[in-house]
Design a protein around this ligand. Structure first.
Ligand code: PLP
Length: 423
């Protein structure tokens, strides 16, 4: 994360002191580095430059309009999973011709909107959905381009909640049923079968599961060909992991190196859906220590960010490195502690049993690697307004989402008139 380094005794994002942003906007807040986003996107782009490809950034990882605009300007498309994501993508200026739509539960309205927008294709997750897309396409007089999402039954060796390509998972169509469903799809009048899709999970730290999955998919493409079904797009999903603590995940170029021999020469366009690897280490969450508390058996530091702002530790037991913003604090004596938030849940923590330098009230802390699946999973639980997001570019910073107000919290709520009546 070399865009987040100590300079002159404090943590900077590019050329802006994190403390300056915290002072102007308050805490908690998310901060993203423009330079890192661009670098990560181009690492992917250049790794695959020898193979015709489309990068469809998995916007579920971070869907702020400014981030999407930035990605689109660099040439990225997006992988969407809802009508809301389609709305955001189009609003941000992502070309519809680079939008792919996955997800097990697309509604007829969402399908219609995506068809009318003329997206590149739907990644279809079940036979029932193939028929539903055909029906909607017929009703609007269009043909829907689809890829079937294949479940290759490969263990990605990641957290079970983010494993998606095993038999027991709700995602995709079992590889041994694929031919039958491809035949069915090809027989439908408003379906144009163009691709195969496989996404096996997230935060993968080894290329082997990608290769194992791809081998099965390439074999399927061959079988389909022999049945007269010609595939044009091969979508390998996202899933490349990042370093949160001491993982050493493959780089995009390692992935490209491992899969090129399998895909080169097939004459297909590769579609890729990286999310975490682009934004994860391009963002931090900044929080302020409020109180220290000596529990019966533990030392707690209570900070102003909570599970509603960053749920990954509570949801997956995820590890995020925590750095004091003031570099001098790094040299304080260390102590075991839990970093917890103000939300009324025992599961509300940002770090557990962590050896960290003694943290004092008012210290600013950076929760590192928080750019992916951070703000997008934030909620208003405990009626906590969602926090601002900031994009740093060189020596400038830009608020790309304002902090919510208390009025925002009750927006759309109504008290029915019978509750106003006096008895
Ligand atoms: N594509 C699909 C279909 C996904 O479900 C996901 C994440 O869950 C992604 C891409 C992005 O994965 P990652 O952020 O690990 O790259």
């Amino acid at each position: 994360m070399h865009s987040f380094e100590y300079q002159q005794g404090e943590l900077y994002c590019e050329q802006v002191p994190v403390s300056r942003i915290a002072k102007e906007l308050g805490t908690p807040c998310y901060i993203y580095s423009h330079e890192t986003l661009i670098r990560h996107f181009h690492a992917y782009e250049s790794a695959f430059k020898d193979i015709p490809h489309v990068i469809a950034f998995a916007m579920k990882a971070n869907s702020n309009l400014a981030i999407l605009r930035l990605m689109a300007r660099e040439g990225s498309g997006v992988d969407i999973v809802s009508g809301g994501e389609l709305f955001r993508a189009l609003k941000a200026g992502v070309p519809a011709s680079k939008i792919v739509f996955a997800g097990v539960g697309k509604s007829p309205d969402e399908i219609r909107d995506a068809l009318k927008a003329e997206i590149l294709m739907f990644n279809v997750e079940s036979p029932a959905e193939i028929r539903a897309i055909n029906d909607v396409a017929a009703s609007v007089g269009m043909k829907a381009r689809i890829a079937l999402r294949i479940n290759p039954d490969v263990d990605p060796k990641t957290h079970p909640y983010i494993s998606t390509g095993m038999k027991k998972s709700k995602f995709g169509i079992a590889a041994d049923r694929a031919l039958q469903e491809y035949k069915m799809a090809s027989s439908l009048s408003h379906i144009d079968v163009v691709g195969v899709h496989a996404h096996i999970g997230s935060q993968l730290t080894d290329v082997t599961p990608f290769v194992d999955s791809l081998k099965k998919v390439v074999a399927l493409i061959d079988t389909l060909k022999s049945h007269g079904i010609n595939i044009r797009y091969l979508n390998i999903g996202g899933g490349l992991g990042i370093t949160y603590s001491d993982e050493k995940p493959p780089l995009p170029q390692d992935l490209a190196h491992a899969i090129s021999p399998l895909v080169k020469g097939l004459g297909l366009t590769l579609v890729m859906e990286p999310g975490r690897v682009i934004v994860g280490n391009a963002g931090i969450l900044v929080t302020k220590a409020l109180y220290e508390k000596a529990g019966e058996t533990k030392h707690f530091v209570i900070v102003d960010a909570a599970m509603n702002d960053l749920i990954r530790p509570s949801l997956y037991g995820a590890y995020h490195e925590i750095r004091p913003v003031n570099e001098a604090a790094v040299r304080r004596p260390k102590q075991m502690m839990d970093i917890v938030g103000p939300v009324c849940e025992s599961g509300d923590f940002l770090a557990k049993e962590r050896s960290l330098p003694n943290i004092q009230p008012d210290d600013l802390l950076a929760i590192m690697s928080a750019g992916a699946y951070g703000f997008v999973m934030a909620s208003n639980y405990n009626s906590r307004p969602r926090v601002p997001e900031v994009l740093v570019k060189g020596a400038e910073f830009h608020v790309i989402r304002e902090r919510e107000t208390y009025d925002d919290l009750v927006k759309g709520e109504r008290i029915p008139s019978f509750l106003n009546e006096t008895e």
